[in-house]
Design a protein around this ligand. Structure first.
Ligand code: GTP
Ligand code: MG
Length: 240
């Protein structure tokens, strides 16, 4: 039986919101407008996952699937330094792959699973999980097929999380909510419909605040406390 590992986000406020950090054995999703900090959180997790357990890390390697070409290895350096880690060693433990189509994205997951069977991984990032689906199935009549393929991808992610005791962190985009009427101040919702809503155990809604400030809310979890948690995006990564 595998026991859950919680990996720090770099922000105590965010960690508290999550009950200690990003959890292994399940999928955590972050969605929000551009520059809301989804990718910066991914970069911070790349480092914090490699911290020892007693420092709220996962003592494991990281797999990073990048569909938008926004991973920046040079951003890892100051984040590693902030945590007192050797940047080159940290970079060596991040297995990076750029995906160009949804099929490519799926095949990369199959290859990673084989790697995870041999080496101790603790985090799998897919940034963004849905971007390629929205490109590859852009036609009106393709939505049903897109959702079916997306469900397949997400079930693969869940399987990896459970089989290798890995935390899966995925980012998602927001779309205009056609149901949003004149009384709804921010008519945006996460893409991916009920398929994504069902697969993600924890859904984080991020938005911009003043300057480096960002605001995080747990989305659509009636049994969790309401409230917004503020964190900062800095050169050392996510912090309070
Ligand atoms: P999209 O992928 O475009 O949807 O956005 P995102 O939510 O992934 O945004 P991302 O995580 O890339 O956040 C970008 C924000 O982080 C921008 O406001 C940048 O200014 C900020 N940022 C990136 N690097 C640094 C840095 O080294 N120092 C500081 N202070 N901010 C940074
Ligand atoms: Mg991004």
């Amino acid at each position: 039986r595998k026991s859950v590992v919680r990996i720090t986000t770099g922000s105590q406020a965010l960690d508290e919101l999550l009950g200690g950090g990003i959890e292994t054995l399940c999928i955590t999703e972050a969605f929000g407008e551009f520059r809301s900090g989804k990718t910066q959180l991914a970069h911070t997790l790349c480092v914090s996952t490699q911290l020892p357990i007693h420092m709220h890390g996962g003592n494991g390697k990281v797999a990073y699937i990048d569909t938008e070409g926004t991973f920046r290895p040079e951003r890892i350096v100051p984040i590693a330094e902030r945590f007192g880690m050797d940047a080159n060693a940290v970079l060596d433990n991040i297995i990076y792959a750029r995906a160009y189509t949804y099929e490519h994205q799926y095949n990369l997951l199959l290859g990673l699973a084989a790697k995870m069977a041999e080496e101790p991984f603790r985090l799998l990032i897919v940034d963004s999980v849905i971007a390629l689906f929205r490109v590859d199935f852009s036609g009106r009549g393709e939505l049903a097929e897109r959702q079916q393929k997306l469900a397949q991808m997400l079930s693969r992610l869940t399987k990896i999380a459970e089989e290798f005791n890995v935390a899966v962190y995925i980012t998602n985009q927001v779309i205009a909510d056609p149901g949003g009427g004149m009384f709804i101040s921010d008519p945006k919702k996460p893409a991916g419909g009920h398929v994504l809503a069902h697969a993600a155990t924890i859904r984080l809604m991020l938005r911009k605040g003043k300057g480096e400030q960002r605001v995080c809310k747990i989305f659509d979890a009636p049994n969790l406390p309401e409230g917004e948690h503020v964190f900062q995006v800095t050169s050392g990564g996510i912090m309070d």
